[in-house]
Each structure stands twice: as structure tokens, then as C-alpha cells.
Design a protein around this ligand. Structure first.
Ligand code: WQD
Length: 350
């Protein structure tokens, strides 16, 4: 059975990828420093797949501990690297935290891979590397533009580090860069999902928490953009669809399907939806209201972006299958699950 190390595997996309890997017959090892996730995610994964992944609380910036962990777990067939700081706004306030965490983690892993004879590497990148594309939909050939945030810049720099490292030691590595668009939704079991720490940065958790009454209202950051309804447009992709792409990517490398040592794929649906469309659809499919107020634009937001997924569809052999309606239903089911868990804990303490 092929063994895959998933860094940041207790996080939102990481945990959903672990489930899909296990469902595909992979043995999974998770390392995560739990800085933006909870150990309870492990139970959620086990409830879904029946297999509790091997887990160690390790920070990828800790070279010595990372080396020890890899030494103790031989025969790893590939690494899927999610562990990184990812809040755009926070990265503007704390750039050094982002450069240190996101770059040192990656460099440690790349240095240790040949030492431990690990060859295959999937990197969690982002459409944020494109900035505001000149043409839409955006393909992998679109120019990389100056990043709008330190977070986006770390993704660009990490991609360059991987490209240069693979080029210098091509027989040591195969790498696939996956550029995500906007991941949303939760596993259909509602046992795992997005667990934002504190006030959510991203749209969907803010929508679901507002619908649940946790937040009084949603602020829509601008309706004066050059879009049909004035609000920003994004390519919202179901997190399970995204997770499945990682399984396809790691299999592609293990089975040596491609002769290329490094490949890049846009993971999107190819469909752009505006903030107001998301709100209206969410209310329609879930039968709830999301009170919102139009406010000023958010610094760093781009106007509109959606993917040209043709290369991922054809070359990778992957396609986003989940509908936006089902995805928005899954997000609401997850928020209701969180409310049930919270109520049980409070009742348990009465
Ligand atoms: C989407 C739209 C906001 C919150 C970033 C990163 C990307 C990925 C996802 C990590 C925008 C609007 C949002 C709110 C709003 N990061 N919005 N009110 O900024 O497109 O992408 O997060 O995986 O790499 O770049 O996502 O969900 O923050 O915003 O109106 O309370 O929703 O203005 O137009 P974004 P987002």
C-alpha cells in the first residue's frame, strides 16, 4: 500500500484530502502543528473512513524533528504539502510570520526529501499568484503578476523554489503545483469542514455563521466593481472535488504517467459567481436568510477571476463534479453540525 505524508492534514483542505486518499487505498501519515486546526479532526476522519490516520504534532519549520519523523517512517511514496499560513489579511499585518513559516517549511521538506528517498511532491498553491488576470478564464500560461499580499507572494516564491530545486536535481524530484481557486463546502457527512479560528476571513464561513446567528450580518466588500451586479466574482470549488484532484496528482507521479518533472494545474470549475449570487443561492438552497450590508471595498481584493480548467480536465484527467447548490448545502450542514457539537458540550457541562 502506497504511503503518503500529508503536512497540514488536520486543516480544511488537508483533512478532506486525507479522507479521499484513504478511500483510494493509501496509507496516510499526517503532521500538523495544530496552529489552525483541532485534534478532533482526526476523529472526524476516522468516523468517515474507519481508519485513524497516523498523526504527529510537528511543525514543518522544525528541521530536526521533521528529520526524525521521516527517519522513523521509511518508504513514504509522496508528500502533499498543505502546512502554511493562509490568511490574506493577517499576512499584511505579520509578513515575517508568513515568510518564515511558509518558506522555511517548504525548504526543510525539499532538503529532507532526497535524504529520505522521497521523490513525489504535491504543492498547495493558489490562483492568487495570477493577481487580476488580463484575460478570463485564466489558464496556467497566464503571466504571474506582482502579489497583492505577502501570503500571495509566499505562494509565488514557493513555486519558484520548487521549480529551481526540481531543475537542479531533476532525478531526485517530481513535483505538481496545484493552484486552487476558492475552496468552499464540507464533506457530505458533515463530520469535517472549514474550522476558521476566530472571525472568518473567507466568505463562506462568514455566510454560514451569519445564517446561524453567530454574526449579526455579513459585510459585502463593495458592489461598485465592473461586474454584472457590482460585487466581486470568484471560482468557488467544492472542497471534496479539490481533495480528489490531489489523489489524481499523487497517483500521476507514483505511476510515472508523465515524463515531466514539474507540472502546474488550475483547480477550478471554470464558472465565476459573484458574492451576491453566492448569498442568494445559499439562501435559496438552504431556506435561510443571510442579513448583509454593502460596505466599502476590501484592500487587496481583485475584481474577478475564474479558471480555465481544460488542462486539469484533459491532462490530469480530473474535473470538478459537485454542483454549487449541493456545495452550499454542505456548508450549511457543517455549520449546523458545529452548532450541535457546541450545544452538546454546553449541556454536558450543565
Ligand atoms: C471572496 C470574495 C471578498 C468575506 C483568498 C485567497 C485564496 C484562498 C481563499 C486560501 C471577495 C468577498 C469575503 C466577507 C465579502 N486562500 N467577501 N465579505 O480573497 O477570493 O481568496 O481566500 O486558501 O488563495 O486569495 O477569498 O473568501 O476572502 O473572498 O464580501 O466577509 O468574498 O471581497 O470578493 P479570496 P474570500
Amino acid at each position: 500500500m502506497s504511503k503518503i505524508l500529508v503536512t497540514g492534514g488536520m486543516g480544511y483542505i488537508g483533512s478532506h484530502t486525507v479522507v479521499e486518499l484513504q478511500n483510494s487505498g493509501f496509507e496516510v501519515i499526517i503532521i500538523d502543528n495544530l496552529s489552525n486546526s483541532s485534534i478532533e479532526v482526526l476523529t472526524g476522519i476516522e468516523k468517515i473512513t474507519g481508519i485513524r490516520p497516523d498523526f504527529e504534532n510537528i511543525d514543518c519549520v522544525d528541521y530536526v524533528n521533521l528529520d526524525r519523523m521521516l527517519e522513523s517512517r521509511p518508504d513514504i511514496d509522496g508528500i502533499i504539502h498543505f502546512a502554511a499560513s493562509k490568511a490574506v489579511g493577517e499576512s499584511v499585518e505579520k509578513p515575517l510570520l508568513y515568510y518564515h513559516n511558509n518558506l522555511v517549511s517548504l525548504i526543510n521538506l525539499l532538503q529532507l526529501m532526497p535524504i529520505h528517498k522521497i521523490r513525489n511532491f504535491v504543492f498547495s498553491s493558489s490562483c492568487t499568484v495570477y493577481g487580476q488576470p488580463d484575460e478570463l478564464p485564466v489558464s496556467e500560461q497566464a503571466p504571474i503578476k506582482p502579489a497583492c499580499s505577502p501570503y500571495g507572494n509566499t505562494k509565488q516564491i514557493c513555486e519558484e523554489i520548487i521549480r529551481d530545486t526540481v531543475h537542479a536535481a531533476r532525478n531526485d524530484y517530481k513535483a505538481i503545483l496545484l493552484r486552487y481557486f476558492n475552496p468552499i463546502g464540507a464533506h457530505p457527512s458533515a463530520l469535517i469542514g472549514e474550522l476558521p479560528n476566530g472571525v472568518p476571513n473567507n466568505l463562506l464561513p462568514f455566510v454560514t455563521q451569519t445564517a446561524m446567528g453567530i454574526r449579526p450580518e455579513l459585510k459585502v466588500f463593495g458592489n461598485d466593481y465592473n461586474t454584472p451586479d457590482g460585487s466581486c466574482i470568484r471560482d468557488y470549488i467544492n472542497v471534496v472535488d479539490l481533495a480528489r484532484a490531489h489523489v489524481v496528482a499523487i497517483k500521476r507521479m507514483i505511476n510515472q504517467v508523465s515524463t515531466a518533472n514539474i507540472e502546474t494545474f488550475n483547480l477550478g470549475t471554470g464558472r465565476g459567481l459573484s458574492v451576491l449570487e453566492i448569498i442568494n443561492s445559499f439562501e435559496r438552497v438552504n431556506g435561510v436568510k443571510v442579513p448583509y450590508q454593502i460596505v466599502g471595498r476590501r484592500e487587496g481584493d481583485i475584481e474577478q477571476v475564474w479558471a480555465a480548467p481544460d488542462f486539469a480536465n484533459k491532462a490530469l484527467g480530473w474535473k470538478a463534479l459537485e454542483t454549487i447548490d449541493d456545495t452550499l448545502k454542505s456548508a450549511w450542514a457543517w455549520e449546523k453540525h458545529l452548532a450541535e457539537v457546541k450545544a452538546e458540550k454546553e449541556n454536558g457541562h450543565e
